[in-house]
Design a protein around this ligand. Structure first.
Ligand code: DCP
Length: 701
């Protein structure tokens, strides 16, 4: 829970933009004949016409609600148009909605810092734009104010005295005798109205918005007047808004904390919190939460708009309610394969388009045991380092599942059940890729020279002990109504978003921080440890590019060289390039005892990286491993003793310029070893110089 920074919050201009009945609008754009008709989008499901997941405002007038099934909706509104969510691999395919959300984000992000909060919600920090407008082009100087801005709802403005509402809004926007903050909000009104019109013009989608001095208030306001309207919260109206607001409606207060406030403190509305001094709230709920509660009661929130246009993680899931529960391991594997295929596609396209790499694969499941008194036991979520490539993800996810199942039913239960029903059933499955970070530019510049060949990934030999238990996911109540776990809000696409998402999916960031082995967490803090080789391997495979494997000899060499060696401690954890990392280690790169190899060994607190050049085999090799004992003093390549990875590249396959990026003394050594004709006369790079070049589906190997 963020601790508020009151001083920074009250002169900002923040907007929360929320698309109206989003999936319906996407479907109506595809089929314009549906526009204006009562319409709902239903999940793929034969039972009672499927679950409604989005309902148009025309249908809402008839009493159609999201909690209904298609058949019920038909009862209250016989003319309702039910549109099925697109289906792929036997599950809902949300790509069309995701892409439509991205279209909107790209428009909104033009005018200020933009945070994509869910598939159809965005926060904008418009402070700079508003300040500039106020300085250069204040509302009073404008000849006309657009109708869309005049339709704004300004909390606290009297709309009931019979006077011309739009005229009152115009006066409010044009006020001279007001403070700087309200003047900024007036500019915000004009900017947001303009943005919403632009979104409509370019995408045909309508959206609603809240405009306030912080994210919390903007979010509360955006839902107050829908569809296609905007609501403004001047600071003078904050108390009025919060006084009567039910406490459970506040972000973070929909769960246990909200219940405790109601039951233990008698707090039913946000305004009720005002009676408690900060110390009292701190005493009861701890320093941070106590301060946070004290602040929100006053409408104070220092939460920043993050400046993030892309999701923090990707997820793919499916539920199997009632009789559709999966009862055999092969059935689970079949569905896991489908989910992993989708996940793999998405992370590869993220890599291709955004140059971002995911680092953690997590499996969540819900299960029941029919014959067990311990039926409350949750299926443990599991995670492991993510390897690129559909087959690898499928293999790892299946291993994670088996590890989870062993824990859930006990080893004996898994062994004996085979293809037969043994009293357990899986009612939901999902896989997610998280810890997504941009590829550091230095590493990218190295990666581009590797041609995707000769990769080997030892981590496929990871023992199951390396998988980490996580808190079990709890799906939202009524998830039967939403058979696909991977609805954008239920999945982990945008895990930072609202309370019910937090209730639905564990906060992977926090969980993983806690549960990952420390070596991995530390490496992820400092640098991307697994950049080009496994990455190239996975995505090139995805794109049907032929891979070669010829590493065996070099692996063997690295295995023996790793053993017992000790490097220097990693000092600069923020190093972006893998070469930078190497440069910061081992001032004496040559180890005479290594004969015709040179090595650079980097040791983090418990992870070692080694780069080597093997002249006879004309190969460059990169290795990484984890210590076998907790003291970190002994490194081993024996199976089961930790995690290790190594890659090797034939020198013919490496562009000269990759060597040019190595430390000078190493360059000299390599060049002396390598046959001169292997090098071109200058440093030109033959192939495309962007990493995306290597993942383009049309590229030939
Ligand atoms: N969604 C879903 N399952 C849910 C909730 C939502 O699949 N349980 C999807 C369908 C929605 C989209 O996410 O169209 C956005 O959800 P919102 O809660 O923002 O609702 P809408 O945009 O549909 O309507 P509103 O205009 O009330 O925001």
């Amino acid at each position: 829970m963020p601790v508020a920074k009151p001083e920074s919050s009250d002169s900002r201009v923040i907007a929360h933009v929320d698309m109206d009945c989003f999936y319906v609008q996407v479907e109506q754009r595809k089929k314009p004949q549906l526009r204006g008709l009562p319409t709902a989008v239903v999940q793929y499901n034969e039972w009672k016409g499927g679950a409604l997941i989005a309902v148009s405002y025309e249908a809402r007038k008839f009493g159609v609600k999201r909690s209904m099934r298609g058949a019920e909706a038909k009862e209250v509104c016989p003319e309702i148009q039910l549109v099925q969510v697109p289906v792929n691999r036997g599950k809902a395919d949300l790509n069309g909605y995701r892409n439509a959300g991205s279209e909107v984000v790209s428009i909104l992000s033009r005018s200020g810092r933009c945070e994509r909060a869910s598939i159809d919600e965005v926060y904008l920090d418009l402070t700079d734009a508003a300040e500039t407008m106020l300085a250069e082009n204040p509302p009073q100087s404008l000849e006309t104010i657009d109708e869309e801005a005049l339709k704004s709802h300004i909390l606290g403005l009297n709309y009931e005295d019979g006077s011309d509402v739009k005229e009152n809004v115009r006066k409010w926007i044009n006020r001279h005798n007001t403070d700087h903050r309200d003047k900024l909000l007036a500019c915000g009104i004009l900017i947001v109205a303009e943005l919403r019109m632009q979104v409509f013009k370019e995408t045909e989608f309508t959206c609603s918005a809240g405009i306030a001095h912080n994210k919390m208030l903007a979010k509360l306001a955006s839902g107050m007047n829908k569809p296609a309207q905007q609501t403004v919260v001047p600071s003078a109206s904050v108390n009025g808004l919060l006084n009567t607001l039910p406490i459970r409606k506040m972000k973070h207060l929909g769960g246990k904390l909200g219940i405790s406030l109601q039951n233990d403190m008698g707090v039913n509305t946000v305004g009720d919190l005002l009676q408690f001094p900060e110390e009292k709230l701190q005493e009861r709920y701890g320093i941070n939460t106590g301060t946070w509660l004290w602040n929100i009661a006053r409408g104070i929130s220092g939460e920043e708009v993050e400046g993030r246009l892309l999701p923090k993680s990707h997820g793919s899931g499916k539920t199997f309610p009632g009789p559709r529960a999966l009862k055999t391991v092969p059935a689970v594997q079949h569905w896991l394969n489908q989910l992993c295929e989708e996940l793999s596609e998405r992370i590869c396209s993220d890599l291709d388009q955004n140059k971002r790499m995911a680092h953690t694969l997590t499996l969540h499941a819900r299960a029941y045991k029919s014959s067990d008194s311990d039926s409350q036991k949750k299926f443990p979520s599991k995670s492991c380092p993510l390897r690129y490539g559909t087959a690898k993800i499928q293999e790892d996810a299946f291993n994670l599942f088996q590890a989870g199942l062993r824990e859930y039913v006990g080893f004996y239960g898994v062994k004996t059940q085979g293809n037969h029903h043994s009293g357990w059933g899986i009612t939901s499955l999902s896989v997610s890729a998280s810890k997504i970070v941009p590829i550091p530019s230095g590493t990218c510049s190295i990666a581009k020279y590797f041609h995707g060949q000769s990769t080997s990934h030892f981590s496929s030999m990871q023992p199951l002990d390396n998988f980490n238990a996580e808190a079990t996911v709890s799906l939202p109540p009524g998830s039967e109504c939403y058979p696909e776990v991977n609805s954008p809000k239920a999945e982990v696409d945008f895990p930072k978003e609202e309370s019910w998402i937090a209730d639905t999916v564990p906060d992977l960031d926090l969980q993983e921080q806690k549960d990952l082995p420390c070596s991995l967490s530390k490496m992820q803090d400092g640098f991307t440890q697994d950049i080009s080789p496994s990455l190239l391997s996975g995505c090139l495979k995805q794109n049907q590019i032929k891979q070669q494997r010829d590493i065996t000899k070099d692996e063997g060499r690295f295995r023996s060289e790793y053993k017992g060696r000790k490097g220097k401690r990693l000092k600069d954890k923020g190093t972006a390039s893998i070469l930078e990392l190497f440069k910061s280690y081992n001032p004496n790169p040559f180890d005479s005892s290594l004969s015709q190899e040179f090595k650079k060994t980097a040791e983090g607190s418990d992870t070692r990286l080694t780069i080597g050049f093997e002249p006879k085999g004309h190969s460059l090799a990169v290795g990484k491993e984890k210590p076998m004992n907790s003291s970190g003093s002994s490194y081993s390549r024996d199976e089961g003793d930790g995690r290790r990875e190594a890659w090797s590249y034939k020198i013919d396959e490496i562009d000269q310029s990759v060597v040019d990026e190595l430390p000078p003394e190493i360059q000299d050594e390599i060049k002396a070893w390598v046959h001169p004709h292997k090098w071109r006369p200058n440093n030109t790079v033959e192939r495309g110089c962007k990493i995306s070049h290597y993942f383009s589906p049309t590229k030939k190997s």
